[in-house]
Design a protein around this ligand. Structure first.
Ligand SMILES: Cc1ncc(COP(=O)(O)O)c(C=O)c1O
Length: 382
C-alpha cells in the first residue's frame, strides 16, 4: 500500500511554524480599533516589543512585511542625495541598497564575500573617507546564515562618526540572538512578526531613537503610508494611523507572552542549540557549511549540496518525499546551497527529524555520506 504523508514540517527561515496558543489567540472577534479594548492590547504588544528590543525608544507597528519596515527606516530618515553606507553581506543587504536607490539616496554599497560577516575594520576605513548620514546593516543575514557582530559594528560607527545613524534590519535576528538596542545605541531597528516571534507574516515593528527623530524632522523623502509622524500621534493612545491587522496583533501578544514565559536567555540558548545540532549533523555527514562557526547564525544554516548534487533537487525531494520544507539558495547561491531554518517554534527533535529525511534522500541519491551519522551526532548533543 502506498505510504501517505499527513504531517508537514516547516523548516524555512520564516514564516516559521505557529504554536497552537498563538493560533488560538488569533481566533478572536474583531473589536473597535479606536476603542479601549484594542488600545489595551496594543499597549501590551508595544511593551512586549520594548522588552524584546531592550529599549525605551518609541516602537511603531506597521501592517506590512519586513521589507515595509526597512522602507520605513529609509523614507523617514533620509533625503535624496544623502550619503549612506550599506554593509552588504547578502540578499537583504542588497535589498537595503535597492530601497535607498529607489529614493535617490546615494549608497556606498560595501559588499562582503557571501558567507562572511561585515568586518568592522573595513567599515572603519569607509567611515574615514567622509561623513555619511547612516550605516545600514542586517543583524542576521538570512540568505547566507551569517550573524553580524552588531555591537562591534555600532561601536565602530560611534568611534568614527558619532552622529551617524545606525539602522539595523533585525527581521530574522530579533529574539534568535541578543540585540541590545539602547546599550548599543542603535537608532532604527526593524523586526517582523513571522520569525522568532512565532506569528504569521504581516506585522513589522520599527524602533526610533531620539537621534532618529531629529533626522526625521529633516528628512525630505516622499512618504505618506510610512510616515512616522502620523504613527507618533496615534501611538500614545494605543492606536495606529491605519486600521491595524487585529488578528496578528492578538497573535503578537500571545507570541510575546510565550517568549517571556520561556525567558529571554532560554530563547537564545534554544536557538544556539538548534544551530549547534544542525552544524554537528552536517559535519558528521561531510556536508560543507557556508558560514564559519565564529559567525554562524542561530536562526538559519546554509548548507552546500554534496558534490554533483543539486541543492534544488534535494529541497524538492525533502518536500515531495517527506513533507519537510527547507529553503533554497538565493541569487548567486541558487542550486549550490539549501538552507535549514531553525528559528521560532522549532525544537531539537524537529531538527533530528529533518536530518533523518535528508539522510535517507542523500543515500537514495547516491551521496557518499555515512548513513545515520548526522542524526547520531545531533542526538549526542541532546
Ligand atoms: C534579514 C531579513 N530582512 C528583511 C526581510 C524581508 O522581510 P519580508 O519578506 O517580510 O518583507 C527578511 C525576510 O526573510 C529577512 O530575513
Amino acid at each position: 500500500m502506498a505510504r501517505k504523508l499527513i504531517k508537514y514540517s516547516l523548516m524555512i527561515p520564516g514564516p516559521t511554524p505557529i504554536p497552537t496558543r498563538v493560533l488560538s489567540a488569533m481566533n478572536h472577534d474583531m473589536i473597535g480599533h479606536r476603542g479601549p479594548l484594542f488600545s489595551a492590547v496594543m499597549k501590551e504588544v508595544m511593551e512586549g516589543l520594548r522588552w524584546a528590543y531592550e529599549t525605551k525608544n518609541d516602537i511603531f507597528i506597521y501592517p506590512s512585511s519586513g521589507t515595509g519596515g526597512m522602507e520605513v527606516a529609509v523614507v523617514n530618515m533620509f533625503s535624496p542625495q544623502d550619503k549612506v553606507i550599506v554593509l552588504n553581506i547578502g540578499n537583504f543587504g542588497a535589498r537595503f541598497v535597492k530601497i535607498c536607490k529607489a529614493y535617490g539616496v546615494e549608497v556606498n554599497d560595501v559588499k562582503f564575500e557571501r558567507g562572511k560577516p561585515a568586518d568592522p575594520k573595513v567599515l572603519e576605513a569607509e567611515l574615514k573617507k567622509g561623513p555619511v548620514k547612516a550605516v545600514l546593516m542586517q543583524q542576521n543575514e538570512t540568505s547566507t546564515g551569517v550573524l553580524n557582530d552588531v555591537e562591534a559594528l555600532a561601536k565602530t560607527v560611534r568611534a568614527n562618526q558619532p552622529e551617524a545613524l545606525i539602522i539595523v534590519d533585525a527581521v530574522s535576528g530579533m529574539m534568535a540572538a541578543p540585540l541590545k538596542t539602547d546599550e548599543w545605541d542603535l537608532d532604527v531597528v526593524v523586526s517582523g512578526s513571522q520569525k522568532a516571534f512565532m506569528v504569521p507574516p504581516g506585522v513589522s515593528a520599527v524602533s526610533i531613537s531620539k537621534r532618529a527623530w531629529k533626522a526625521y524632522e529633516n528628512s525630505k523623502c516622499s512618504k505618506h503610508y510610512w510616515d512616522l509622524g502620523l504613527m507618533k500621534e496615534e501611538a500614545p493612545k494605543g492606536h495606529t494611523y491605519t486600521t491595524p491587522p487585529e488578528s496578528l496583533i492578538f497573535g503578537m501578544r500571545e507570541g510575546l507572552a510565550m517568549l517571556k514565559e520561556e525567558g529571554k536567555e532560554n530563547v537564545y540558548a534554544r536557538h544556539q542549540h538548534n544551530r549547534d545540532l544542525v552544524r554537528a549533523a552536517c559535519r558528521a555527514l561531510g556536508l560543507n557549511l557556508l558560514a564559519d562557526d565564529s559567525h554562524a547564525s542561530p536562526a538559519v544554516t546554509a548548507i552546500f549540496a554534496p558534490d554533483g548534487l543539486d541543492g534544488e533537487k534535494i529541497r524538492a525531494m525533502m518536500r515531495d518525499e517527506f513533507n519537510v520544507e527547507v529553503a533554497p539558495g538565493q541569487s548567486e547561491l541558487k542550486g549550490k546551497i539549501f538552507r535549514i531554518g531553525h528559528l521560532g517554534y522549532i525544537d531539537s527533535l524537529d531538527i533530528i527529524g529533518a536530518f533523518a529525511a535528508l539522510e535517507v534522500l542523500l543515500k537514495r541519491m547516491g551521496a557518499k555520506t555515512n548513513f545515520g551519522a548526522g542524526v547520531k551526532a545531533a542526538m549526542e548533543l541532546l
